[in-house]
Design a protein around this ligand. Structure first.
Ligand SMILES: [Zn+2]
Ligand SMILES: [Zn+2]
Length: 451
């Protein structure tokens, strides 16, 4: 490998406020969690520790990288792995949001009108979902069942079917509140007969809300979380605390609105640009979207709050129902004899298979902004993946990129001034390669993007 091999698209995650906050306080956070935060933010989850460690290494060459070679001028580049952790890593999550929106519009949705629904539950019930995240799946089904019953009544054609994509979000405008609710992208009507679609008439949201309330309370009762007495009490409330919002109809030609909404389904739990970290005070200031309000958090509290929005390993946050269910999509694919949904990744991947998957994934990810040489704009090709600790060190030392105190584990304090990257480096805040062993890669269909 020639000298002065530049780093392709170095991000500087260690300079972002979230990263600095986590880096500075993670040790303490882990130590005091049970005592200080378990009550409010749920039990300590060892998986969270793994997510945080990976996040701290995201985009860091010391964690491994790919070697790229320009097909025209032969120049070499290094590209660091990214952590691909959902929600906790703002950079990886944001990339996923964009890709998901595109994928949904291109490969899942059909050209019919849609509506955006939001289903929320009363405060008094939220804690059940914090302490037992599996209930979120049941909540998602409650929204689907209510919507299905409702639309079937609105479009009473025989064997009519509808489709919905239900996304679970656990945060509202202030990320420290655990606020489980559902964002639903549903067909505004139903499919029937051979490829026909009938739009739903205007309907009364209050009726849908009642269905949803009944469905959720029955579910919690069935699971032994609440008593009949509790249900009766809630049914007596004038304002139930259950709410269903419904947006304007989105027509098939409104492609941008649809893609924006599709992306919104898995939006990030916080916006890094609205966050400030004050190292001396060990505090985080977070601004509201309109910039009019702000809240100050203790740094440890910030990490705890962000941690509650990290899904379990492999936990599905988006579910596909009716016409969009995996089963129906599979049948549709077979019938058309074309793979209209790219199967990017196989289950049970071996190391060799994982490598091929990366290459495919990189191709997909960079279709929009392909990897090009900074000198001649020629196409770059991945020639190897460097993962072995010794080899990583040797190469980075040779290139003068090795930091003796590079992070084996998060420390209580940041290292003194990281060395600047070589001058030829591209500046880009976009992403790097996906890391391996990510929960995402265990499923055969692109539903993996959020499972
Ligand atoms: Zn070149
Ligand atoms: Zn990341």
């Amino acid at each position: 490998m020639p000298d002065a091999c530049p780093v392709y698209r170095p991000r500087k995650p260690h300079l972002t406020p979230h990263h600095q906050c986590v880096q500075d306080h993670f040790d303490t956070f882990e130590r005091v969690y049970e005592e200080r935060f378990a009550k409010r933010y749920g039990f300590w989850r060892p998986y969270l520790k793994e997510v945080i460690y990976r996040y701290l290494e995201c985009g860091d060459l010391h964690g491994g990288f790919a070697r790229l070679v320009c097909q025209t001028c032969g120049r070499n580049f290094l590209l660091a792995y990214s952590c691909k952790r959902r929600y906790f890593c703002p950079s990886c999550h944001q990339k996923r949001v964009v890709e998901f929106g595109e994928w949904l519009c291109q490969h899942v949705l059909k050209a019919v009108p849609y509506r955006h629904f939001v289903f929320s539950i009363p405060k008094i019930l939220r804690r059940f979902f914090l302490h037992d995240r599996k209930l979120l799946a049941a909540l998602s089904r409650c929204a689907w069942e209510s919507l299905k019953a409702f639309l079937h009544a609105a479009v009473p054609a025989p064997r009519a079917t509808l489709g919905a994509i239900v996304a679970t979000q656990t945060f509202g405008q202030w990320p420290d509140r655990y606020h489980p609710h559902l964002h639903v992208l549903a067909t505004d009507g139903a499919f029937y007969g051979q490829g026909l679609f009938r739009v739903a008439p205007r309907f009364n949201l209050k009726d849908l809300e009642k269905l949803f309330r009944h469905s959720v309370l029955s579910m919690l009762l069935r699971k032994g979380k609440i008593t009949r007495q509790f249900v009766r009490m809630m049914e007596g409330w004038r304002h139930s605390g259950f709410n269903v919002f419904c947006g304007e109809r989105i027509y098939p030609h409104q492609k941008q609105s649809l893609e924006r909404l599709a992306a919104y389904l898995i939006r990030a739990s916080f916006a890094q640009e609205r966050m400030e970290y004050l190292p001396e005070q060990a505090a985080v200031i977070y601004h509201s979207k309109d910039g009019k309000e702000q809240k100050t958090y203790d740094a440890l509290e910030w990490i705890a709050a962000m941690g509650t929005h990290v899904p379990l390993r492999g936990e599905q946050m988006v579910r596909y129902y009716g016409e969009f269910s995996n089963r129906v999509r599979g049948t549709r694919r077979k019938a058309h004899q074309i793979a209209d949904i790219p199967t990017i990744l196989e289950p049970e991947i071996s190391s060799a298979a994982a490598r091929k998957n990366w290459a495919r994934l990189i191709q997909k990810v960079y279709e929009v902004s392909p990897l090009v040489c900074s000198r001649c704009q020629g196409p770059l090709k991945v020639v190897s993946f460097i993962e072995d600790g010794q080899t990583i060190r040797k190469i980075l030392e040779h290139l003068g990129l090795w930091l003796a105190n590079a992070r084996p584990q998060p420390r209580a304090h940041s290292p003194p001034g990281l060395r600047p990257l070589p001058e030829e480096s591209h500046e880009d805040s976009y992403s790097q390669l996906p890391a391996r062993e990510e929960e995402d890669y265990s499923q055969a269909t692109p539903a993996h993007w959020d499972s």
